[in-house]
Write a protein that binds this ligand. Sequence first.
Ligand code: F6P
Length: 328
Amino acid sequence: MKTNKIKRIGVLTSGGDSPGMNAAIRAVVRGAIYNKVKVYGIQRGYQGLVDNDMQEMHSHSVSNIIQIGGTILKTARCMDFMTAEGRRKAYENLVTRGIDALVTIGGDGTFAGAQELGEEFNFPIVGIPGTIDNDICGTDYTIGYDTALNTVVEAVDKIRDTASAHNRLFFIEVMGRNAGFLTLHGGIATGAEAIMVPEYTNDFDMLNIFLNSAQKQHKTSSIVLVAEGDELGGAIKLAKKVEKDHPEYDVRVTILGHIQRGGSPSAIDRVNAGRMGVSAVEALLEGKKDMMVGLMNGKIVYSPFSRSKKEKRPLDPHLMDLIRILSI
Ligand code: F6P
């Protein structure tokens, strides 16, 4: 049930950008206007709240952005907002502008900030998960993950061509901070021979078993995807170790880097952004706060911000097995 207390909402993107954030901003702006609520775009995440850098947005402000990567509102990791003084300034700016509620788009750092502001000033905030890492509990998909996964697949397929031409072993480093979702799913989708993720510590043994047997199997190329957060320290370190232990391999390293954060969002990311954006506005109008909107089993769900701080989203162990089975 909608209550009519909220007249103006603010929207911001914070933390690392992800493809589909613009589609989410568009959905929030149009979802608000549809419900006769004014909407303000806040620049550079929480920094714009602290600096009072925000403008009213209209339906045309978000025309022709659904297909563009990055974020028109810009983003930042804001140090000021980590202080009680910074958050008070942010709150005062919101009150002065008559903004009653906020939608914050980002990852767990964004939600931690939202939780603090919401609790300190009893201010209604609903979050939308936007990060390529897909590491947020309470949603099957974060906005940007599907696009980044497809970017990984496209890049690794290209590397496979040259790896195969030279009979080489490639270590390819994939983003994800402390999470291995892009690496695991990217590994399955590209037929990687092995993956290294921070969630599992026995993956180095699995890699050695594979390396000891691969030569006998006459593999013409081998691809190992390494999550940047892997406990062994990333692709360069790992490659050096393997080169020493296995001189029979011709080893190369590629770090995919920020290419994974850019590009036009996939259809899935655009649809998810549309659904979550409008749902976030509706949630605020229904009186929800301190919550993130998510998608589980195809349905819109809500979970408290505190969950993303307390729980680490696990990788599916069956998918770890799948890598091993499919690489024989
Ligand atoms: O959280 C998104 C992410 O791209 C991570 O995968 C990566 O570790 C980090 O951001 C990189 O951050 P920055 O662009 O600030 O170097």
